[in-house]
Ligand binder design. Structure first.
Ligand code: RIB
Length: 292
């Protein structure tokens, strides 16, 4: 069993479904409201655990009922929470999600996720050293990601940065990461006006650009390739990227080649969008393998 350590956010998703989105100054009547566990870090941890990895989460929650529910949910999915601490007098992270017109829009309030600091990570160095793959996203402080970049370089650890939500990233972080998985929007923020194909050539088998229904684009050292996505009828696309990242990380940690790992990840992501909630449709290993 491969060991995955996720350093990231663990939040509660507050999800409204509606027929359309309100314009500025407009009030609309929605269809439904639900709270479900989310946060890109916790989502990736749950997805990796369902796929059979040994997963530890390094994160923080607030001193509130959301925090308790987030921890219970991680435990219930078999994720180790030894390094998920409660921050006193602080609210848990929340994501305010509108599902309308076949897509989501999200505002994240970081809350306790902003306390996943480099000094907090110092406590978890022993499990970071044992990981086959470390996974990081960008709902935690930038200096923590820089700490991971330095740590992984020093100890020769493999790590995947899912640069979401988008922001500019230092060259040191880009160089240190084993895998970078921006979507097209995140790619544009990371690399500006640079020609996509030229950037891909600079990062063979490392830069994996997710293009939604189109699939995943990367340079394999010889050719620019697209590994196509699977077509399904979507119910809720929230968490598809997290499922993709986790499945890819598990597959490469297990020794799969990049192209095969991308096919596995695309399949897992396609299954994940057939149910409501970021984690609602995340598949088990059997579900992914039974459908390829
Ligand atoms: O990637 C999906 C996640 O992003 C949601 O679960 C929400 O928490 C936001 O952070």
């Amino acid at each position: 069993m491969v060991s995955i350590v996720v350093v990231g956010s663990a939040s509660m998703d507050l999800v409204v479904t509606a027929n359309s989105r309100p314009k500025a100054g407009e009030t609309l009547i929605g269809e439904s409201f639900q709270t479900v566990p989310g946060g890109k870090g916790a989502n990736q941890a749950v997805a990796a655990a369902r796929l059979g990895a040994d997963v530890s989460m390094i994160g923080r929650v607030g001193e509130d009922t959301f925090g308790e529910e987030i921890i219970d949910n991680l435990k219930g999915n078999g994720v180790s929470v030894d390094y998920v601490e409660t921050v006193p007098q602080t609210a848990s992270g929340t994501a305010h999600i509108t599902l309308a017109e076949g897509d989501n829009s999200i505002i994240v309030v970081k809350g306790a996720n902003d306390e996943v600091s480099p000094s907090y990570l110092e406590k978890a160095v022993s499990i970071l050293k044992k990981a086959d793959m470390i996974m990081v996203q960008q709902e935690i402080p930038e200096e923590t990601i820089e700490y991971i970049a330095g740590f992984c370089k020093q100890f020769n650890k493999r790590w995947l940065l899912n640069p979401a939500p988008a922001r500019r990233i230092s060259n040191e972080v880009i160089e240190s990461a084993t895998f970078l998985t921006p979507n097209e929007h995140e790619f544009a923020i990371m690399f500006g006006e640079e020609d996509r194909s030229k950037v891909l050539v600079r990062f063979p088998n490392k830069l994996l650009i997710t293009e939604g229904k189109n699939g995943v684009r990367y340079f394999n050292g010889i050719n620019e390739e697209i590994v196509p996505a699977y077509t399904v009828e979507p119910v809720d696309t929230t968490g598809a990227g997290d499922t993709f990242n986790a499945a890819f990380a598990v597959a490469v940690a297990e020794g799969k080649q990049i192209a095969e790992a991308l096919r596995f990840a695309n399949r897992a992501a396609s299954i994940s969008i057939t149910k409501f909630g970021a984690q609602g449709g995340m598949p088990t290993r059997e579900e992914v393998e039974g459908s390829i």
